[in-house]
Design a protein around this ligand. Sequence first.
Ligand SMILES: Cc1cc2nc3c(=O)[nH]c(=O)nc-3n(C[C@H](O)[C@H](O)[C@H](O)COP(=O)(O)OP(=O)(O)OC[C@H]3O[C@@H](n4cnc5c(N)ncnc54)[C@H](O)[C@@H]3O)c2cc1C
Length: 283
Amino acid sequence: MSDNGQPRVGVFICHCGANIASKVNVFEVAEFASKLDNVAFATEYKFMCSDPGQDLIRKSIKEYNLNRVIVASCSPLMHEPTFRTVTSEGGLNPFYFQMTNIREHVSWVTKDPEAATKKAKTLIAAAVKRVVLHEALEKKEVPVRSEVLIVGGGIAGIHAALTYANSGKKVYLVEKEASVGGHMSMLDKTFPTLDCSACILTPKMSDIGKHPNIELLTYSEVKEVTGFVGNFKIKINKKARYVDTDICNGCGMCWENCPTVIYPSERIIKKGDVTIKTLIKKN
Ligand SMILES: Cc1cc2nc3c(=O)[nH]c(=O)nc-3n(C[C@H](O)[C@H](O)[C@H](O)COP(=O)(O)OP(=O)(O)OC[C@H]3O[C@@H](n4cnc5c(N)ncnc54)[C@H](O)[C@@H]3O)c2cc1C
């Protein structure tokens, strides 16, 4: 599909109406680009993303036997897919395309036209050096895992977990403390509506506890994340609770008889003048 021989780069500089051209001297930049190593053709045009602009790229690929394409214009967010498609329609692998942003990164943020023109030249020179190193890539589909891991079981994590779980996804909710709830569990009323925090939070805490799609990993922390989007591998450290969670009913009686000062939470709950910590027997 693509000519893989000596790089022949085409550089297309967009005016973006007055967005770029009122600040950057696009004619001077095109002249500069045409003299760079490996550049076979350089030109400027009013709107590269317009139909005639796209056509100019397709025709130039054929006419100048180009095997690399650079468009110096706006943010790649919107038009990188456009120009990759155009490059492909011109007969090249779409990944032989490189975009460089001389609008958001140059004309919109640089006051002095001379400095803006100089910066645009520098960015284009860098893009040329880069695009000659590009390799033809092929898209492929890989299976992805749809499970979700949420770190932090405050109200945000709890709500996110319920939303994902209700949409049918398996959710792992990792909370470093012994219980989910976060800051909201320590508040009486919430500003500005003065709603009762517990009335909002408690039903949700209960819902995540019994939701078939949610695996709750409290007193746990993420230790390692490897892999990539769609195929992450996560190592989680489950800290020792010193409690048999299958038979624990949360009565708290064991605290008084516990032979150690280890307690599962950094939180201190006040009971009048006495804190829970003082109830724990020290060694
Ligand atoms: C004193 C106070 C008063 C407030 N009053 C109001 C109010 O009136 N109205 C209002 O709207 N908001 C109020 N807020 C803010 C409100 O508490 C927060 O906006 C809300 O609780 C934040 O929820 P969250 O889930 O984002 O974070 P958090 O409640 O902070 O929850 C984060 C959770 O993540 C866990 N976590 C952190 N790091 C890790 C990790 N590495 N691994 C695993 N788990 C981790 C934490 O233990 C915690 O459970 C107040 C906050 C404070 C501190």
